[in-house]
Write a protein that binds this ligand. Structure first.
Ligand SMILES: C[S@@+](CC[C@H](N)C(=O)[O-])C[C@H]1O[C@@H](n2cnc3c(N)ncnc32)[C@H](O)[C@@H]1O
Length: 234
């Protein structure tokens, strides 16, 4: 990876602009509610499945885009302490929570502030072995979903892996109804394409190969899918 490095936990480069994003707990709830609410949506199961597909290895560089309070990045580092895990999020308040959790856990994740479409500027092309992102794309407008996926493709080395967990195709009436809670929090315009099952085609459009929905976990807020894909080459 090309570190734009300074002290871990400080911003490496200023964001291009202070741009709008939906905060972790949605438009109406405070960030402090995020972790307690996440625990109610079978978090251990889908985070564990994401980690299983990542299967972190020593010295591997793993980037977590939209890392939020850092739960996924910290889990990956706990599984393989010799991996270099980098968490990126545009929200400075949520990064404060992530840093605190890392301190308590004695983990050494690098936390960077940045939007998902600034990834290449922040990390450098071809710098990561694996890229992960969880519960981010459903909160983003369609052009941003595309820009983040394009950025993820570019920051991965050839042969690098993408593992995403997010609300995907809502297959049943029950799951579509449950997903309305998320749509209320995050807005219908950004979330509906996910519910309609757009993610696999967006991932493929960004240039990834071997795209598949590997897991589907039903939760009280709709089903969360784990998608895996590869950057060609390597
Ligand atoms: C629902 S939270 C998920 C956090 C974390 N990935 C997890 O699994 O708990 C969504 C996160 O995405 C971040 N986010 C929103 N828009 C983003 C964007 N355009 N690029 C990168 N991160 C973004 C938010 O700040 C928030 O922390």
């Amino acid at each position: 990876m090309t570190p734009t490095s300074e002290t871990p936990g400080t911003r490496l480069q200023p964001p291009r602009t202070a741009r709008a994003f939906t905060p972790a707990a949605g438009r109406f709830a405070p960030t402090s509610l995020y972790d307690p609410v996440a625990a109610l949506i079978r978090e251990r199961l889908w985070r564990g499945l994401l980690a299983m597909h990542v299967a972190p290895r020593p010295a591997e560089v793993i980037v977590d885009v939209g890392c939020g309070t850092g739960s996924q990045a910290l889990l990956l580092q706990r599984i393989e302490p010799a991996a270099r895990v980098v968490g990126i999020d545009p929200d400075p308040r949520i990064l404060t929570v992530a840093r605190r959790k890392a301190r308590v856990a004695g983990a050494s994740v690098d936390w960077l502030q940045g939007m998902g479409d600034d990834l290449v500027d922040v990390l450098g092309a071809g710098s990561a072995d694996t890229a992960v992102s969880s519960l981010v794309l459903h909160q983003c407008p369609l052009p941003m979903k595309r820009a983040i996926l394009a950025g993820l493709h570019t920051v991965l080395r050839p042969g690098g892996r993408l593992v995403l967990a997010d609300y995907g195709l809502q297959r049943t009436r029950l799951m579509r109804t449950a997903f309305r809670v998320v749509q209320l929090a995050d807005g219908r315009a950004d979330t509906q394409p996910n519910a309609d099952g757009i993610l696999p085609s967006l991932i493929a459009e960004a240039g990834f190969d071997q795209v598949r929905e590997a897991e589907v976990v039903s939760t009280v807020t709709g089903s969360i899918s784990v998608y895996v894909a590869r950057r060609a080459g390597g």
